[in-house]
Structure formats: structure tokens, C-alpha cells
Design a protein around this ligand. Sequence first.
Ligand code: CA
Length: 390
Amino acid sequence: MRIKECETFILKTPLGSQQFYSSQCAFPERSSLIVRIETEDGVVGWGEGGQYGPPEPVASCINDLFASQLVGKDPRNVVRIWEELYALVRDFGHQGPYIEAISAIDIALWDITGHVYGQPVHQLLGGRFRDAVTAYATGGYYRPEDMRPDGAMVERLANEVRAFGEDGFTIAKIKIGLLDALWDLERVRAAGEALGENGTLLVDANHAYNTATALRLAREFEQLDIGWFEEPVVPEDRRGYTLLRNSVSIPIAGGECEHTRYGFRDLLAEGCVDIAQPDICVAGGLSEFVRILALATAYGVRVIPHVWGSGVAIAAALQALAVVPLIPHSAHPVPLQNEPVVEFDRSPNPLRDELVEQPFQLVDGQLPIPTGPGLGITVRRSVLEKYRHR
Ligand code: CA
């Protein structure tokens, strides 16, 4: 069995008046880099690489470098191919688009291998611990009108979070970090009240704070029983992470900007996080996820992947989440406590909602793990062409 070809698709769709903001940037459009790999006998696998960054550099890494390396190789040698591609770029590309490109290829090769053996990827990775994963809603982004904060802004956010509860979510995450910290504290209070007593609110600063501000807020969040404080400081500030983690009782989460087992080794060894958040499409694909998972369990750190992107990325994350053990083990799995949850972005994204035939829909607050061969999805070629950027 040999790889015949490797094709990339840059998908883009403008959001128009639905544009939103995190603490770091505006989102005027949604985009995804999708890769399609086909074998000589016609087996096809799909992958996705990258998250917020532009898809063009990731596409270039695949088209200008990796694609020619893949042709003629046995796609079932997924881990071996990972090492070969990484060795090719180690001297200059151990982070960023090169690793995002390897992530996309790795996911597609696991998809192919699953189709060849007629098994879902999670079966090939050792079998699933669960049939479905409790989903948390990610939202609470800033709107253009929030740039001048007022009571109406807080009310808009509360309404959005209330709607998550009505949709069946018991856990929701909102963005913080764009405004003055006191305004963000107001938003967090209002969102927590809107979610209700039985809900758990998570907050995500996208590394907007210095250590002093993050610590001051973290102490307030402790009083509000916030489920986790995500990316409080910049990813390079490992001492800041460690200081926060040692100073407050609420869990500190991070890792969506980290790449490969080597990045996570340092994050874990320095005691930065209670919850590691590798993104399957960024950190090195499913092969690397398994290795990061092994490292994290050795440190007693929970693993809850960061999820963004199209239906391909969500399917890959669900395959990964299927194989996460209880950390730590207990006879009784409790979501967030020892049982993983899946990030389910609720900001506008037609690529998430339309690209694959199998819809991702909550069943009793959970997303089922796809059980079909490979990633368990069918990509709609018409949607691929509809959003293809040329
Ligand atoms: Ca995040």
C-alpha cells in the first residue's frame, strides 16, 4: 500500500457582522487548512492543520516540502512517517506551521489506516474509555460594541451564557483579557450567575495578563469557584504559570500554543498547569497526542484538548478524547474532575457546521465519539469547493 498524492485545501468564510474578538485579535473570518491524502488503491484520509493562524504557511509546508516526501510511502507507518517528517525540519521548524502541517498529515494517515482496517482511529490507539464526552460551550467572545464596556455588554454576555444552559451545556467558557480587568471581573460574575448554581464557568484570557494582574484575578476567581483559569499569562512565562499554580486553588490550564512532546515536556516538568490542552491540529496530530498524554499522566496532569476549526478537527479531537484515561483513576468518573470534557466552540463557523456529513450534536450534554472507520466522518466535497479559497 502506497501514498499516491497529497492535496491541500484552504477554506475561508468571512463572518461579516458576526465578527468577534479575543484578547489577542479580531476574527473577521473563519478559515481551515484541510489536507486530503489518497493511496494508489483509492483509500482517502482527511486531516486539518493549525488553528487561528493563517492557513497559507501550513499549506506551503505541505505542498512545497512534505508532499513529495509522502508519495510512495506506506500510509500505515504513521509513527515512522511522523519521525521522518520531523527529522526533516528539526533544525528550523520545531514549532509553528511545520508542526501544524505534520499534524494535518498525521491525522489524515490515521484516517487512512482506520479505513484500511475498517476500525475507528481510537480502536487503533488502544480502545476507547467512553462512548461520549461531556461537552463544554466556548463562547463569550467580545463583540465590536463591547469595546466601550457598559451594563448592556454584561447583559448581552449573560444572555449568551444563559442560552448555553438552555442548549444543554452545564459547563461554559468565556473570554476575558480584552478589557480592563475590573470589567472582565464583572463579566465573569454575570456569566457565572447566568449559568446557575449547577453550572461550571471556565475563563480564558488568551495570555492577556502579566503575573500580578493574573494573580489578583485568580484570587477573585477562587471565590467564584471558577472551573479553570486558561492561559493567564504568555506561554513563554513558565515561571508565571508556576507561581499562579502554586498560589491559588483553582486549576490553571494551558498548552494550546505548545508543540510536540518536547514543548509539553517542559510545561509539565516545570509544574505550569493542572490541565494540559494540546490541540491535535497544532501539537503534532494524533501520534504526538498519545505521547503527550503519556507524559501528562506521568505527571498526574489532566489532558483536555484545545479544539477549534472544522468538523475534521472536532472528529480528530473526539478520537483523541476517546483514549484519555481517568486522571487520576477512580471508580467514579466526574467530568472536569478526572473525566475529560470536549471543547465545543459556539462562535460562528460554517466550516464546523457544514463540512462533514455527520453532525456534531449534543446528546444529554455530550458529544458521541464517532465509531465509523478512521475519523468516522465523511467530508462533503461540495462544501469543500464552496469555501475553497483560490
Ligand atoms: Ca483558549
